[in-house]
Design a protein around this ligand. Structure first.
Ligand code: NAP
Length: 262
């Protein structure tokens, strides 16, 4: 039985919808005080309201509009978490973008936007929370990477894959720097997760995607949330610089014939 994290102070970036919202929901339902960020104030206010309703009495869900690609905004999010809750025990660096951008038409601005949000934003978020995490008796960082880049490839998303692989290069050296401060840093690598954006692609797409997953379904945002909650737990305190693939076995089959074999 894992010890409760109730009362822990958690910052989740990019959490007005999608995986970040699912991660924030799992921590809020576990009784943590959670601050969520994103850029759209209305979406943040409505998500914070919804998650507050799902949290047990005493647990708070707050929000701050902050662009993770801007160091100043990352510092403001960390400061707001400390101001509201008195410190930071867990950072979930989750904010990310994934615009389709085939190589022939990729522009320096497009490449810059993906790297600035997904990679630089991870580094800025970690930097901004370092002092508060060092003061915490927990000190956990969970980064949302992807199977795309570190393990698999998708035509049109080469810059995205590179940004997600860069996060993993970052955590391995960061883990060594942070170990002396008692802070762990690990990454979750989601496969195909059912978010609002995926729903827009239609039933046919969802059926084809499910067929490529040995466990026969697209993942839920809670699947990622529970993995983040485990990595944030006291019991996971001896794990650092590591990655966990959460994909229903999607990266395993050598061919479609290998799925569903008797
Ligand atoms: P999503 O549904 O588009 O949600 C992204 C969230 O991040 C939103 O709350 C968005 O709010 C916020 N965001 C985007 N850019 C931001 C910025 N510059 N600063 C602050 N917040 C920002 O995406 P998702 O599918 O949940 O993806 C979340 C993370 O999971 C990403 O890192 C992605 O690479 C990773 N991932 C997703 C999947 C999947 O199947 N969904 C698979 C593997 C990995 P605003 O737009 O209002 O800022």
């Amino acid at each position: 039985m894992l010890k409760s994290l109730a009362g822990s102070r958690v910052l989740v970036t990019g959490a007005s919808r999608g995986i970040g919202k699912g991660v924030a929901a799992v921590f809020a339902e576990a009784g943590c005080n959670v601050l969520i960020t994103g850029r759209d104030e209305d979406a943040l206010a409505s998500t914070a309201d919804e998650l507050s309703g799902r949290a047990p009495e005493g647990a708070q869900v707050a929000w701050l509009a902050a662009d993770t690609a801007e160091p100043e905004d990352c510092r403001a999010a960390a400061a707001e978490t400390v101001r509201r809750f008195g410190g930071i025990d867990v950072l979930c660096a989750n904010a990310g973008v994934f615009p389709e951008d085939p190589l022939p038409s990729m522009t320096p601005e497009g490449l810059q936007r993906v790297m600035a949000t997904n990679f630089n934003g991870t580094v800025y978020s970690v930097q901004a929370c370092l002092d508060a995490l060092a003061e915490s008796d927990l000190g956990r960082i969970v980064v949302t990477s992807s199977i795309t880049g570190p393990i698999t490839g998708v035509p049109g998303w080469s810059h995205y894959g590179a940004s997600k692989a860069a996060q993993l290069g970052f955590i391995r050296s960061a883990a060594l720097e942070l170990a002396a401060k008692g802070i762990t840093i690990n990454a979750v690598l989601p496969g195909n997760i059912r978010t609002e954006g995926l729903d827009d692609l239609g039933e046919d797409y969802l059926r084809r995607m499910s067929a490529s997953v040995p466990l026969g379904r697209i993942g839920s945002v809670a699947d990622i949330g529970y993995t983040a909650l485990f990595l944030a737990s006291r019991e996971a305190g001896y794990i650092t610089g590591q990655t966990i693939v959460v994909d229903g076995g999607q990266v395993l089959p050598e061919s479609l014939d290998a799925i569903g074999a008797p």
